[in-house]
Design a protein around this ligand. Structure first.
Ligand code: DAH
Length: 369
């Protein structure tokens, strides 16, 4: 690398010698300016030529100081000219460096307006929630309101007030998950994960005098192993209607209408005797198979019917627990029902495994978008 220009000490201040000295200096200025690239280079260049402490410009004022008296005027003029040239060169270099930088940026940051934009797909309702909302909407249209209750429930609401006597075998059919460490509590106060949405029937009747027409969607928990159709956590929609003169035909008419709305007007419903502690009489409701229209296929096990929910007339023993709030079993009557949301979603969409609803696999879920 060529050595950098440095300001010589002058011995000869004659105009010819000054011409030569100024020419050397301006040549060096021009050459250094031409090599600059980038802001850092430019800053070093500016400091080297103009810094107040030791810049070239500072050093050539020595020329003026040391010049013999009779040359001072001439030398002074030349120093002023050089000063103007250095300043102009530094300014011009700055402008050049800046415009190089911005054109470099233009090349690297050019926007291609023909590229597709960033897609941010919108989320949609999960299929289980969607079916749950559809069920609720059907009852809402019939004048039902919507209720909810806690998932951690007491034995009293989940069992006792629903007419499950203590130690009754019907409790075992619900495979309950209890909260640990409650041995000291009385049985009725022990906490558990609610096994069904039915406890919200009692909670509703404690708060609201008759008449009541309510649907209760929500999550329930059972100590069940996961298989194609069972999951330890699933969803139910509960229904309760209490008024004067409510009969079993009201129950049948309401559920028949609801399932025609959900599955199409050609489905039929039928009611089979069953048992639940909180209804008397109790029934299982079946719909005509939505896959074969009732002719018989693998899904309906060639029976033509599919069991969908439990229901019945509210047992007078249940009303006894809320009698003080206007539910005198001699004066009011009612029906109740409870259905599994996943079970209905599985049928509606032909899903083969309940677990697919919970795995969060977008390839499965986006089919419902
Ligand atoms: N709670 C019941 C279950 O989880 C379902 C049920 C049956 C709810 C009959 C009701 C009913 O309200 O009347 O198996």
């Amino acid at each position: 690398m060529a050595e950098l220009y440095s300001v010589p000490k002058l011995e000869d201040y004659s105009p010819a010698a000054m011409d030569a000295a100024v020419r050397d200096l301006l040549n060096a200025l021009e050459q250094e300016a031409a090599k600059l690239s980038g802001e850092n280079d430019w800053k070093a260049f500016r400091d080297r030529w103009m810094s107040r402490k030791s810049g070239v410009l500072m050093q050539i004022t020595e020329w003026l100081k040391l010049a013999p008296k009779e040359q001072k005027r001439d030398v002074g003029q030349r120093v002023n000219e050089v000063k103007a040239k250095i300043e102009a060169a530094v300014d011009a270099a700055e402008a050049r460096v800046n415009s190089q930088a911005s054109s470099a940026r233009l090349v690297s940051e050019r926007v291609d307006v023909s590229l597709p934009g960033n897609r941010r797909p919108l989320g949609v309702k999960h299929p289980v929630l969607r079916v749950q909302d559809e069920i609720v909407a059907v009852f809402k249209a019939m004048g039902y309101s919507i209720g909810e209750g806690p998932e951690v429930e007491s034995d009293y609401y989940n069992f006792e007030s629903l007419n499950f006597p203590p130690n009754h075998p019907a409790r075992d059919t619900q495979d309950t998950l209890f909260i640990a460490g409650q041995e000291k509590k009385q049985q009725r106060d022990r906490l558990l994960m609610r096994t069904h949405t039915s406890p919200v029937q009692i909670r509703t009747m404690e708060k609201q005098r008759p008449p009541v027409r309510i649907v209760i969607p929500g999550k329930v928990h059972r100590n069940d192993a996961l298989d194609a159709t069972h999951s330890p956590v699933f969803h139910q929609v509960e229904g309760l209607c209490v008024d004067t003169n409510i009969t079993f035909s009201d129950l049948k008419g309401t559920l028949d209408h609801a399932f025609k709305s959900l599955f199409g007007s050609s489905v039929k419903t039928r009611f089979y005797p069953s048992f639940f502690p909180f209804t008397e009489p109790s029934a299982d409701m079946q719909v005509s198979c939505i896959f074969c229209g009732g002719k018989g296929c693998r899904t309906c096990k060639f029976s033509g019917w599919i069991e969908l929910l439990g229901c019945g007339m509210v047992d007078p023993n249940v009303f006894e627990f809320v009698k003080g709030n206007g539910y005198d079993p001699a004066k009011v009557s009612g029906f109740a029902f409870g259905m599994g949301v996943e079970r209905i979603a599985i049928l509606k969409y032909g899903v083969d495994e309940i677990a697919k609803f919970y795995l969060g696999d977008v390839r499965f879920l986006e089919q419902f978008a």
